[in-house]
Design a protein around this ligand. Structure first.
Ligand code: NAD
Length: 378
């Protein structure tokens, strides 16, 4: 007997209007191999680009047929054709650019991490709230095929009540692609596991308790952590594990997710991490007592976390502009991903478990209060 077909809704739904004028700030690696290939595939309207390195901007414009290269940030921001500013610079530059772009009346798509610490992230949130403009963050893993498909199934009750979630990656990461990370005091969680933590929040909401342990590889050149294990405890008893090692030189690399519930299981692989950034499609297998107790479904997925998923954050932002609602990765949501990232660093450095509610200043700000939210917990 043929297996029944499992219909999974994982491809992004584009809004009716997708021709907003986009201005790119920062023309480095991820813009060239992530943002622009995805935008081109869907016919988005990239008006122009700017980089402090003029040569990078010109090269990017040539390679992706972008009509304008700007002399300065001010030139880009004063162009009325540009409605959305798409920032892809190192996070410590992002706050100043975001504040200027909002002051110029532009909607924003920021790169992850929103900032290199919670204080600057909160400052961007404040500027966004005061402007009334839309600000989203490029946590595009939510639109990667495996995570988007899991979200659809979990929301439809496929696994019943979630009880255990795991994302485990053991990879040989090409660190030379980001030379600027070598000196960073924060590394693995802030720049990589942030995607997995954001995916866990997307699928299961915010945890109650956060415990992280960090380590380094004996031969690594980078200053900060490259091997991390984080446990998230949820109020209803679910436990989640994010365990990532970027120095597995054995050749036996893996990148897996496994979401278990009272009624079923979803498990699969994160294709991009098998040969970053070339990658391979995600895989997904699923079983549900609720849907077909005798069947294991093998779902064929298309598209890669990079570049294909990059269409998600940008078009979700466009949908929010049209509807007046919130983008899926709106800054008010992303501030809680930043809170989770900070909690991991506090946990690992202070050797203690952190309560998600310790950051009550953020809650006050999100509720529209005026307390000084720039103080991070010790
Ligand atoms: N979402 C993802 O999956 C993903 C993947 C890779 C990188 N990133 C993020 O994207 C950002 C950029 O990473 P990258 O790998 O492309 O780095 P990169 O060094 O390759 O590119 C950054 C570019 O920004 C330019 N730049 C720096 N400061 C600037 C400024 N003030 N104004 C204009 N241009 C400026 C640089 O000249 C450079 O061309 C980082 O924050 C990184 O964390 C996200």
């Amino acid at each position: 007997m043929d297996s029944p077909i499992l219909r999974v809704n994982y491809k992004p739904q584009l809004p009716s209007k997708i021709d907003y004028g986009i201005g790119i700030i920062g023309c480095g690696g991820i813009v060239n191999y992530g943002h622009l290939p995805a935008y081109r595939k869907h016919g988005l309207n990239v008006v122009g680009c700017f980089d402090i390195n003029r040569e990078s901007a010109e090269k990017t414009a040539r390679q992706h047929d972008i009509p304008k290269v700007y002399e300065s940030l001010d030139d880009l921001l004063s162009d009325h054709e540009i409605e959305i500013v798409d920032i892809a610079v190192q996070p410590w530059h992002q706050r100043r650019i975001a504040e200027q772009a909002l002051a110029a009346g532009k909607h924003l798509l920021c790169q992850k991490p929103l900032a290199d610490g919670i204080v600057d992230a909160i400052a961007i949130l404040r500027a966004a709230q005061q402007s009334g403009l839309k600000v989203a963050v490029n946590q595009q893993m939510r639109w990667s095929a495996g995570i988007a498909a899991a979200k659809d199934l979990i929301d439809r009750g496929f696994i019943g009540q979630p009880t255990d979630a795991q994302i485990q990656v053991s990879a040989s990461t090409p660190w030379h692609m980001w030379p600027w990370l070598a000196e960073s005091p924060r590394l693995e969680v802030q720049y990589h596991s942030i995607h997995y933590l954001d995916a866990m929040r997307y699928l299961f909401g915010d945890p109650e308790w956060i415990t992280s342990r960090f380590a380094k590889y004996p031969l690594q050149k980078a200053r900060a952590e490259t091997k991390t294990i984080t446990v998230l405890d949820y109020a209803w008893g679910m436990q989640a594990l994010v365990a990532v090692n970027h120095y597995d030189e054995s050749g036996d690399n893996y990148a897996t997710f496994r979401f278990l519930g009272t009624e079923g299981l979803i498990k699969g692989t994160i294709g991009l991490m098998y040969n970053y950034p070339t990658g391979r499609p995600d895989t997904l297998e699923a079983h549900s007592n609720n849907f077909a107790p005798d069947v294991w479904f093998d779902v064929r997925l298309e598209g890669l976390w990079i570049p294909d998923a990059f269409i998600g954050p940008m078009t979700s932002l466009m949908a929010a502009i049209q509807s007046g609602g919130k983008a899926v990765t709106d800054i008010t949501d992303n501030i809680n991903t930043m809170r989770l990232v900070d909690a991991c660093y506090i946990s690992a450095t202070k050797h203690r478990t952190v309560h998600f509610g310790e950051f009550e200043e953020i809650d006050t700000l999100l509720a529209g209060g005026t307390d000084d939210a720039s103080r991070a917990p010790a």
